[in-house]
Design a protein around this ligand. Structure first.
Ligand code: GAL
Length: 670
């Protein structure tokens, strides 16, 4: 069971926080008064300051000038705005790398990166750690009793740009990490399978990070390096957090995760229990027409990491970002919809990057709460409206989403499946996870996206998409869960390797073979564009398997392709439960139909009867519940509900109207 991070800032309890990153050091002081007046107008009550403040405060090594930050903190306190105070260590000042070039990270090719961007530091650098902690101490001591201080924001998006460093310092730290994992070289050689390609290590000094090599580096070495890199940054977080706890024990500490489509550098399952509260940054990918469904996945995964409890949306955007190839602006209403979609899925606060759009620097074309064009704008009017709506929804704070379905997603398995030298590049870590989640989303069913260590007992259905690397205890827990009456749906390339990335022998899908009642003798990856048809009419691509039934029955078989007649979808009664297996990559409608069957068999009902494209999620309090309805169709909808609709403040008896492209939140009658 993932322990629940539970320390919510005292000042923010009982309400939904609203705000964003505030970087007043980029502006003349004359603007600050306007800033706080506008914050008031919009109802902003939480801002993150000093996130990139190190160079501004410590102008030269050991010389701190806090006068500007003092004035900012005082001004915010005077206007009742709470501060999520950055420790400021995300990006070191230029003097650090100038004095200590060895603190700069090195790529796998041996290129030492230059300063000039951000996060240019090696996670294993003792010099960086020492200077960063000195700065954290200065900041913490300075503001320990400041009335604005509500939450600590340790560093920022740790590992966004510097997760993997291959320098000699990192190599030594990697060896240290390996020593404590394996104890001796024999065990390391065994775990890494170094009998292959003459890779046996005779001395620790021979062991290196997986630097650029002539041929694919050892996969277990790669996997361990990713584990090490995640742990190394977690070590940095812990060091900052422990120092902060020593100086300000009453102030919770967090750092902003990046649970998002394109970033997977850190194993947040290990990080989440270390946080006082889980915070996440999420940006929709403009090129994804289904961005709101991906948003739902990430919000469900963040909640899963938070042990089901509330979490904080630390950053998203009011409109376009600046770092995608084509930065599409949000359409009217989209920002409110996205914000409340996060709240529906457990966020107890909605914050943005950033308060005021920068004039200079890399992010000058990134949207903000206050755009370049000022307040006579779509964005500002929507910001003010969002502030009002969040106020009306304050009573939702502290309530929980209760899902009947879980989906197991594991960063380590993602890493393993995406390593080189697998059967096909077309099987990726989260492809099936998104597909199954999307199907449940379309069915109006809420899913907890959980790490493999989470308790399964309370779910009617557990989805196991491409859980390629699986530990014995996780496989056992899934087995037990089914035998006690649970329903599971496993997809292809699951259960294949153990925690060392060694293939489980005797037939695939290894760890789940017995539970699923199938035995696969060979994978048959398909060529680009090749599709196969199943005898139930569905279509699939990418992957098929030479599968034999061994206790399961075939639910659908291939009607053509290299394995015509071979079962593709199977089901088996195991103990009191049902174990489904899908051995191929069904298209969306096939996936939807399969997930629908699995859910129906398990008695899972949608949150509400809604038309396609309308999202329905419920949050539960001790004696009340809130039904969130988000219209993504642009048409609006009428849905059965009785209670008080909080966005408009009107009563609904039997039916509630969801405005076109808008949101309704019903506090339901008894
Ligand atoms: C995040 C980061 C912010 C800002 C934002 C832009 O990665 O924490 O500082 O860069 O993205 O979208």
């Amino acid at each position: 069971m993932t322990p629940e991070p539970s320390r919510w800032p005292a000042a923010l309890r009982g309400r939904l926080a609203f705000g964003g990153d505030y970087n007043p050091e980029q502006w003349p002081e004359a603007i600050w008064n306007e800033d706080v007046a506008l914050m008031r107008e919009a109802g902003v009550d939480l801002v993150a300051v000093n996130v990139f403040g190190w160079a501004d405060v410590e102008r030269s090594p050991g010389h701190h000038d806090f006068s500007r930050l003092d004035r900012v903190m005082d001004l915010l306190a005077a206007h009742g705005v709470h501060v999520d105070l950055g420790t400021g260590t995300a990006s070191p000042p230029p003097w650090l790398s100038h004095q200590h070039p060895e603190t700069l990270p090195v790529t796998a090719d041996g290129v030492r990166l230059w300063p000039g961007g951000r996060q240019a530091w090696c996670p294993s650098s003792a010099v960086f750690r020492e200077r960063a902690l000195d700065f954290v101490r200065e900041v913490a001591v300075r503001y320990r009793a400041h009335p604005a201080l509500s939450l600590w924001h340790a560093s920022n998006e740790l590992g966004c740009h510097n997760a993997h460093c291959y320098c000699d310092v990192s190599a030594a730290a990697f060896r240290g990490w390996l020593r404590s994992r394996y104890g001796d070289l024999d065990r390391l050689n065994e775990a890494w399978g170094t009998a292959f390609w003459s890779q046996r290590y005779g001395q620790w000094s021979q062991v290196l990070p997986p630097r650029a090599a002539t041929a694919t580096p050892n996969p277990t070495q790669q996997l361990d390096f990713r584990r090490f890199s995640s742990d190394e940054l977690l070590g940095h977080f812990r060091a900052e957090r422990d120092l902060l706890r020593e100086i300000t024990p009453a102030i919770p500490v967090t750092t902003n995760f990046m649970v998002t489509q394109h970033i997977d550098a850190l194993d947040y399952a290990a990080w989440a229990p270390e946080q006082d509260l889980v915070a996440n940054d999420h940006y929709v990918i403009a090129a994804d027409p289904e961005g709101h469904v991906e948003l739902a996945f990430c919000a469900d995964r963040t909640r899963g990491l938070a042990g089901g409890g509330p979490w904080l949306l630390m950053e998203h955007s009011t409109s376009a970002v600046n770092w995608q190839p084509r930065n599409v602006a949000k359409r009217p209403g989209e920002m409110l919809r996205h914000s409340l979609a996060h709240v529906a899925r457990g966020a107890d606060g909605v914050c943005f990057f950033q308060w005021r759009a920068s004039r200079a620097g890399s992010e000058r074309f990134h949207s903000a709460l206050v755009p370049h064009a000022g307040t006579d704008t779509k964005v500002w009017r929507e910001v003010v409206e969002l502030g009002r709506v969040l106020d009306r929804l304050d009573e939702v704070a502290g309530t929980r989403v209760e899902a009947e379905v879980a989906l197991v997603a594991d960063y380590q398995s993602q890493w393993a499946v995406e390593a080189d030298s697998t059967p096909t590049v077309d099987v990726t870590g989260l492809d099936r996870a998104h597909a199954l989640h999307r199907a449940a989303w379309a069915a109006g069913v809420t899913v907890d996206v959980i790490p493999p260590t989470a308790e399964l007992g309370s779910y009617r259905v557990v989805l196991v998409p491409t859980l390629h690397l699986v530990r014995d205890d996780t496989a056992r827990a899934i087995d037990d869960y089914v035998r006690r009456g649970g329903h599971v749906l496993v997809t292809y390339f699951s259960g294949i390797v153990d925690e060392h990335d060694h293939v489980r022998l005797g037939g695939y899908p290894g760890a789940f073979r017995e539970l699923l009642g199938v035995r696969v003798e060979e994978f048959f990856p398909l060529r680009v564009g090749e599709v196969v048809h199943l005898d139930d009419g569905s279509i699939a691509d990418v992957w098929v398997e030479l599968l034999h039934l061994d206790g399961a029955r075939a639910e659908a078989s291939y009607a053509d392709g290299p394995l015509s007649g071979v079962p593709a979808v199977t089901c088996r009664r195991a103990g009191e439960g049902l174990a489904w297996y899908c051995a191929t990559r069904l298209d969306d409608s096939g996936t939807f139909a399969l997930v629908q069957r699995v859910l129906e068999k398990a008695g899972v009902r949608p949150e509400a009867e809604v038309p396609p494209g309308v999202e329905a999620v419920r949050r539960h309090g001790d004696d009340r519940s809130y039904l969130f309805l988000v219209d993504h169709t642009g048409q609006g909808a009428t849905v059965s509900a009785s209670g008080t609709e909080l966005v408009s403040g009107t009563r609904c008896d039997g039916r509630v109207h969801v405005p076109a492209g808008g949101v309704a939140v019903v506090r339901e009658d008894g």
